[in-house]
Design a protein around this ligand. Structure first.
Ligand SMILES: Nc1ncnc2c1ncn2[C@@H]1O[C@H](COP(=O)(O)OP(=O)(O)OP(=O)(O)O)[C@@H](O)[C@H]1O
Ligand SMILES: [Mg+2]
Length: 317
C-alpha cells in the first residue's frame, strides 16, 4: 500500500490580487510503514500539501491515491472522502483549540460516532484511545476539556483522532508551543502510536533535532516544491543547500563536523544525539582498547550505572 501524489498544484485565491501558487507540481510516494518527516521554511507549502492527503483541500490539478482511495479534481467523479477520513487521521497545529464538547469522553467519541459505529464500539474505542495517549480514562473521561493543562488537552485532541483508528497519522507541528517536558512527552507518544496504532506516520516540524528522533525519511519543501526526499542520514550531507533555504542541520551533525575539523573522525552515520554519543563511545573504546587494563576493554557508557535525573543510582529508591 502506498500514498501516491502526482503533479499536485494548488493556488489560493486564484484570479484575485491575493493569488498564491502554494504547490507547484509536487510528486511524492509514501510507503506504508514510513515514518516521514516534512521540513521547510515558513510558507513553503507543507500544511497545504498535507491538507490534501485527507481531502480537506479539493484537488485543483494532479492525482492523489491514498491506499487505493483515489482523489480526483473537482467536477469529475466524487472522491470517497468518508473512507479517506477513516484512513488518514489529521492532527492540526494546536489541535486543542478544536475541542468543543463538554466532556473529554464526548470529544474523543465525536470522530468514531461520525463513522457510524455502534455505541459499544464507540465506547470501547474512546477508552482505548484515551489510554493510548497516556491519560487515566476513569479520572479524565467526565472532565471538561477546558479544565485540563495544555499538554493534557493536546493528548485528548490526539485521542480523538486515534479513536478513528487511522492507518495513516499526520501531525502538523505537534510540539508547537509546549515546554521541553511537554515536547518530550508528545514525541514519545508519537513513537508509541506508530507501534500501537497507525503504522504510517507523517510529521511536519520546524525543529530538525526533533525530527531526527524518529523519521526514517525526510522531505524538504521549498517554495511549493520538493527540494529533497532522502533518508535522514543522507539529507544532512547537504548542509549548504539546506542553509541556503533557511534550514539548520541537526546539532549532532554540527558537533560531529566540528570534531572532524579538529582531527577527530567519528565512524558511522551521525544524525541524532544518540548516534553522536554512541560514535564518541566507540571512538573512545577504539583508542584506549590496547592501552588500558582488561576490564576497560568492554567499556560502554550505556552499561554504566549512570545516575538518573535525581542523582540516584539505578535500582535505588
Ligand atoms: N488560506 C490561505 N489563503 C491564501 N494564501 C494562503 C493560505 N494558506 C496559506 N497560504 C499561502 O500559501 C503558501 C503556503 O502556505 P502553507 O501554510 O502551506 O506553508 P507552511 O509550509 O505550512 O508554513 P508554516 O511553516 O508557516 O506553517 C504561503 O505563501 C501562504 O502564505
Ligand atoms: Mg504550516
Amino acid at each position: 500500500m502506498q500514498i501516491v501524489v502526482k503533479d499536485l498544484n494548488y493556488t489560493y485565491s486564484a484570479r484575485t490580487p491575493f493569488e498564491r501558487h502554494a504547490l507547484k507540481g509536487v510528486n511524492l510516494t509514501i510507503e506504508e510503514g514510513d515514518f516521514l518527516g516534512i521540513i521547510g521554511h515558513t510558507g513553503s507549502g507543507k500544511s497545504t500539501f498535507i491538507m490534501h492527503l485527507n481531502g480537506l483541500y479539493k484537488l485543483q490539478s494532479g492525482e492523489i491515491d491514498v491506499f487505493d482511495i483515489k482523489l480526483v479534481p473537482d467536477k469529475k467523479k466524487k472522491s470517497d472522502l468518508r473512507r479517506l477520513r477513516g484512513t488518514v487521521g489529521m492532527v492540526f497545529q494546536y489541535p486543542e483549540y478544536q475541542l468543543f464538547e463538554d466532556t473529554v469522553a464526548k470529544d474523543v467519541a465525536f470522530g468514531p460516532k461520525n463513522m457510524g459505529l455502534d455505541k459499544d464500539e464507540v465506547d470501547r474505542r474512546v477508552k482505548r484511545a484515551i489510554e493510548l495517549v497516556g491519560l487515566d480514562y476513569d479520572e479524565i473521561k467526565d472532565r471538561a476539556p477546558f479544565e485540563l493543562s495544555g499538554g493534557q488537552k493536546r493528548r485528548v485532541a490526539i485521542a480523538g483522532i486515534i479513536a478513528m483508528q487511522p492507518k495513516v497519522l499526520i501531525l502538523d507541528e505537534p510540539t508547537a508551543g509546549l515546554d521541553p517536558y511537554g515536547k518530550e512527552q508528545i514525541l514519545s507518544l508519537i513513537t508509541h502510536l506508530k507501534k500501537e496504532c497507525s503504522p504510517t506516520v507523517i510529521v511536519i516540524s520546524h525543529d530538525v533535532d526533533e525530527i531526527t528522533r524518529f523519521a526514517n525519511r525526510i522531505v524538504v519543501f521549498n517554495d511549493g516544491k520538493i527540494m529533497f526526499d532522502l533518508p535522514m542520514n543522507e539529507l544532512f550531507r547537504h548542509a549548504d543547500e539546506l542553509h541556503s533555504v533557511g534550514l539548520e542541520i541537526p546539532r549532532a551533525v554540527r558537533i560531529a563536523k566540528m570534531l572532524k575539523d579538529r582531527g577527530i573522525e567519528l565512524e558511522g552515520d551521525i544524525v541524532s544525539l544518540d548516534d553522536l554519543l554512541r560514535a564518541i563511545v566507540a571512538a573512545y573504546n577504539k583508542k584506549h582498547i590496547d592501552k588500558t587494563v582488561e576490564e576497560n576493554i568492554n567499556f560502554n557508557a550505556f552499561d554504566f550505572g549512570v545516575p538518573g535525573a535525581c542523582g540516584r543510582e539505578e535500582g535505588e529508591r
